[in-house]
Design a binder for this molecule. Structure first.
Ligand code: C2E
Ligand code: CA
Ligand code: CA
Length: 564
């Protein structure tokens, strides 16, 4: 370009700034860059400059400076696209590469850019966005509101600065059923509608958060309990009257909990547990009436909360109280043991044995959870190694929570563990549930592809229970789908379950995945299901979850055929 190398003039810089600021406003949680191509002078987002240690927000020759941060293996493709842009051969830029952040780790980034020409058709600006898949997004992709990470970031700030607030949690009752009856798209549209309604009628965008599932949170700095109570009744009335939505009339029931934060001697997780608690109380016992959390809990509720606290504290006390049990998985034809699924338990003298359903949903958003996840994975791998001496092809299945996958170092942690154990990666199968759809799909696909390239297997757990099963199997590379036991419970008497199972095996076959059926409890079930081209079975008929010693004992004594 003719003027390149010339210092930018003040007028051009002002225009660059003004355009940049407009771009930045709509970029949500992505970084923005904008280059005045006549001077090769750019402005880049401050967040990117900080995260990657670039010299300044304003740079001449930013393309070359950035190239230094890109992984050597990815530089060729980057350079080629950039040369084409600056030579006027291409107008768009769309590339993925790894870039080294300030802490020395490579972050996967997607960069999209476009050339804007002047009135004579000459390239004037090159601008775009960079999405860092390793950075936790604070924006919910469905509603555009801040998500639970945004919520926790704000809550921590208020606690730190001793700002008194009231926090409400309000959610749509029976969203799962709506999704099942009307489909995923209708469910999403309803969430968008609800999010917008809250924003327009309650607070500003910044104080409305989309939490997990059907829940939204609201933070108010000014309204009293009574005012919020009245407001909730108004919103509830609106949705209860029925809304016209996608040409359908829908009556929506809501649930809500409220807590006042004026004692700052607490942590964000405790506040959240209490809020959740009030919400659940509204849903389960109060038919959706607003429940205001008070410190004087009923005896029953206090016990439940104390138990959760004790379980959480165990994570920091060397995982004391946690242990794993293993449920055998058998080959559908020979009924011989081919693997096992690790299932978590917690036990204490005071509370006895607590099954995972009672605590995992409360813990999985907790910053401590990934440590527990790591402990589970490590314990399961080490236990499985003992079985492999007797059954060389043995596969160990480990359940993951979606929150574990978000950690940028997740794949490194897994590889390090496997390396240390001399365990072959294709003997590990990670089970994901449909809740993983809460994650950024590009990020999830990348993690899955990288794990599978190294040989690790991935299964979709509880297939069919959510509303996005088929979509997920289509878009993500699963090795196995595990059909939830609710679809086979009645198979001996119900022909519809037979048809469903047929559909499921068809879907799996189309996408090249094997099928495992869970919850085989009787000979009758086994006899029917074995004709469906299933790969493996799991269920009480073969064995309940047992300790590693019991499993090892069975294997050692040659009792590895579970046929009866
Ligand atoms: P899941 O992954 O679907 O695990 C299967 C559950 O079904 C287990 O319950 C198992 O004991 C039970 N089950 C297996 N066969 C039968 C049967 O024939 N009949 C009946 N009625 N039940 C059967 P469990 O151990 O209580 O686990 C419940 C859920 O907790 C698991 O469901 C999984 O979602 C979660 N979970 C368990 N361990 C972990 C873990 O280590 N990490 C994570 N993230 N989640 C876990
Ligand atoms: Ca599972
Ligand atoms: Ca399951």
């Amino acid at each position: 370009m003719e003027n390149i190398n010339q210092r930018i003039i003040e007028k051009a810089k002002r225009k660059l700034d003004s355009l940049f600021e407009s771009y930045a406003m709509i970029a949500e949680d992505r970084y923005v860059f904008l280059c005045d191509m006549r001077y090769d002078y750019s402005r880049w987002s401050k967040a990117l400059v900080d995260d990657f240690g670039l010299p300044s927000e304003y740079m001449y020759g930013a393309g070359e400076i950035w190239e230094e941060h890109i992984h050597p293996e990815d530089r060729g493709g980057y350079r080629l696209q950039l040369d084409n842009i600056f030579a006027g051969r291409e107008k768009c830029h769309d590339i993925q590469y790894r870039a080294k952040s300030i802490d020395g780790e490579y972050n996967l980034c997607t960069c999209r850019g476009i050339v804007v020409t002047d009135e004579y058709g000459k390239p004037e600006y090159f601008g775009g966005t960079i999405r860092n898949h390793s950075r936790r997004s604070q924006i919910d992709t469905i509603t555009g509101l801040r998500n639970q990470y945004g919520f926790f970031a704000d809550l921590q700030k208020y606690i730190r600065n001793h700002v008194p607030i009231r926090i409400g949690m309000v959610g749509i009752g029976k969203l799962t059923e709506i999704n099942e009856v009307y489909g995923y798209t209708v469910g999403n549209t309803l969430l968008q509608y609800f999010g917008r309604y809250l924003m327009d009628n309650v607070t500003s965008r910044n104080d409305t958060y989309r939490m997990d599932g059907a829940c939204f949170a609201i933070i108010s700095k000014t309204q009293s309990e009574q005012e919020l109570y009245d407001l909730y009744e108004e919103i509830r009335g609106h949705f209860r009257k029925g809304i016209k939505f996608n040409d359908m009339d829908m009556i929506i029931e809501l649930n809500a909990g409220l807590i006042t934060l004026d004692d700052f001697n607490v942590d964000d997780q405790t506040v959240y547990s209490c809020l959740n608690f009030a919400y659940e109380e509204s849903k389960i016992n109060k038919h959706g009436d607003l429940v205001i959390f008070k410190n004087e809990l009923t005896e029953n509720n206090r016990k439940r909360l104390e138990k959760l606290h004790a379980i959480r504290a165990s994570i920091t006390k060397n995982f004391n109280g946690f242990y794993l049990v293993y449920q055998p998985v058998v080959d559908a034809k020979s009924e011989k043991l081919i693997g096992a699924e690790a299932l978590l338990r917690w036990r204490s003298d005071e509370y006895g044995v607590v099954p995972p359903d009672l605590f995992i949903p409360f813990l999985e958003n907790d910053p401590l959870f990934p440590d527990l996840g790591e402990w589970i994975l490590n314990t399961a791998i080490n236990d499985a190694a003992k079985i492999m001496k007797y059954i060389p092809g043995f596969i160990i299945n480990v359940n993951l929570s979606y929150s574990q996958l978000e950690r940028t170092d997740f794949t490194d942690v897994v590889w390090n563990m496997i390396k240390k154990s001399e365990f072959s990666p294709n003997q590990l199968c990670l089970e994901l549930t449909e809740r993983c759809r809460l994650l950024d799909m590009d990020m999830l696909r990348n993690v899955m592809v990288s794990l599978r390239q190294g040989g690790i297997r991935i299964a979709l757990d509880d297939f069919g229970t959510g509303f996005s099963s088929v979509g997920l199997v289509k878009n993500l590379p699963f090795d196995t789908i595990k059909v939830d036991r609710s679809f086979v419970q009645e198979i001996e008497n119900d022909d519809r379950e037979k048809k469903l199972l047929n559909n499921f095996t068809d879907i799996a076959g189309t996408f090249g995945a094997e099928v495992c059926v869970e919850g085989i409890e009787t000979t009758g079930m086994r006899d029917i299901i074995k004709d469906y081209g299933i790969h493996s079975f799991q269920g009480y008929y073969y064995s309940k979850p047992i300790s590693i010693d019991e499993l090892l004992e069975k294997v050692k004594s040659g009792e590895n055929c579970f046929a009866r």
